[in-house]
Ligand binder design. Structure first.
Ligand SMILES: Cc1cc2nc3c(=O)[nH]c(=O)nc-3n(C[C@H](O)[C@H](O)[C@H](O)COP(=O)(O)OP(=O)(O)OC[C@H]3O[C@@H](n4cnc5c(N)ncnc54)[C@H](O)[C@@H]3O)c2cc1C
Length: 398
């Protein structure tokens, strides 16, 4: 059972955190995931359990009340949680990205104000770049903030905001007028405090209802409409306008490791279900696992699970070392999400007709996997990032 997705060289603390999380996933998440997902119910009890375990503060420095753990620890935790139910990892992912951005780029006051409350889960973060007209092309953002006395006034529409209704802090990337020639230098990230909920949650700020999605249910994904919403100038991340693109891209780099980790978790669970089913289901007088066609599928699935895990761990360790990991995070995200789509598909085929029944977990995993091909940058965007990095490093001398 425990042969795949092992990680060499972990500390005792990391091993302990992982074994606690694995037990929590097996006991508190897997048995409830199908019912909660089918009913599109927010996993409130599971979120409370994660708060108690300190997972909301996993990577927040100890001086701010967190556990001060690395991106690697976080990614391995996410892999386990997604093995149980991807939506639960969605609850902490945007929170983690926002905490990372504040930790790395926030002013001292912003760190003191937000990080201790984020560590306990009292403040829960979401992050917003996408708009109805754009996702990949971030520099084309239209939502605009204009200075007015001590405030900025924001107007425009955001789209695809994971945890939009259940978070109370959103890092929002908007256009400010810096007069820079390059569009991405005219973007600024704001820390927007807001109440949880839907409708006009504050003057000039509306969170319409949840978007009805194909999968990734339970966790809410929303739009966010600004209409003359006022934010104090002190809520500009890092205190300086025009740096938002860089701040968000740093957040997205760790987010990509996170998406890779989710893909690893879903692929691992699909493999576990498939290898179990293949030994139970009999055709032509023997378990289907004894038909070579099925056995070979299992071998290929396990190899993909293993390869994706190793690349995800490599990308996390690189970022932890302080190095930029744009290429490695892109590679890990690309391969893990593509392999995840393939492994879930093969696990589905192994289940035969039962894979199409809502009684079997694989139908949910099949609906979760495609999101990973899109979220935190599509596969095409990952290939763009990877090839740019390679052409930079392997520049022709000819
Ligand atoms: C469930 C869900 C949750 C999300 N949560 C969030 C969130 O919390 N915050 C947030 O900001 N966003 C979020 N997103 C948005 C997500 O990041 C975008 O959907 C994603 O970046 C793709 O953008 P798009 O949908 O506008 O597609 P587009 O950018 O319109 O792309 C459409 C297609 O064209 C391809 N394409 C685009 N440009 C190029 C190019 N230069 N070369 C080759 N191919 C290209 C793409 O790969 C894709 O296949 C979420 C999306 C979903 C579905």
């Amino acid at each position: 059972m425990a042969r795949l997705a092992q990680t060499a060289g972990l500390t005792d603390v990391q091993e302990e955190i992982l074994s606690t999380v694995r037990a929590f996933v097996d006991k508190e998440i897997i048995p409830h995931a199908q019912a909660l997902e089918h009913a599109d119910t927010y996993p409130a009890d599971i979120v409370e359990g994660m708060k108690e375990m300190g997972l909301f503060g996993l990577t927040i420095p100890e001086e701010f009340g967190g556990l001060g753990e690395s991106l690697l620890t976080y990614a391995l935790v996410v892999e386990q949680i997604a093995r149980g139910w991807m939506s639960v990892s969605g609850v902490i992912n945007t929170h983690f990205i926002v905490a990372h951005m504040i930790k790395q780029h926030g002013t001292d006051e912003q760190k003191r104000d937000y990080l201790p409350r984020m560590a306990t889960g009292e403040v829960r973060g979401s992050f917003s770049m996408s708009e109805p007209e754009l996702g990949s092309d971030v520099a084309a953002i239209r939502t605009r903030a204009v200075r007015d006395g001590d405030d900025f006034v924001i107007s425009g529409q955001k789209m695809w905001l994971t945890n939009g209704g259940t978070s109370n802090l959103t890092a929002v990337l908007v256009k400010t007028d810096e007069g820079a020639e390059k569009a991405h230098r005219n973007l600024t990230a704001f820390l927007v405090d807001k109440p949880e909920g839907y409708g006009e949650v504050a003057p000039g700020l509306t969170i319409p209802g949840k978007i009805d999605k194909m999968g990734y249910k339970g966790v809410d994904t929303t739009e966010m409409v600004f209409d003359g919403f006022r934010v104090p100038a002190g809520r500009v991340l890092g205190g300086q306008t025009g740096r938002g693109f860089q701040h968000m891209m740093d957040g997205v780099e760790v987010g990509r490791v996170n998406v890779a980790a989710r893909a690893c978790g879903i692929a691992l669970r699909s493999f576990e279900l498939a290898i179990e089913y293949a030994q139970q289901r009999r055709t032509f007088g023997k378990p289907i696992a004894e038909h070579q066609a099925i056995a070979f599928k299992l071998a290929e699935m396990a190899t993909k699970v293993e390869a994706a895990h190793l690349m995800m761990v490599n990308a996390a360790r690189l970022k932890d070392s302080g190095a930029r990991n744009d290429v490695e995070a892109g590679m890990a995200k690309l391969i893990a999400s593509e392999y995840c789509a393939e492994v879930t598909q093969e696990a589905f085929r192994i289940h035969g007709g039962y894979g199409y029944s809502k009684e079997y977990e694989i139908e949910r995993l099949m609906r979760e996997a495609p999101f990973l091909l899109i979220g935190e940058g599509t596969s095409e965007i990952q290939k763009t990032i990877i090839s740019r990095g390679l052409l930079r490093d392997y520049r022709s001398r000819g």
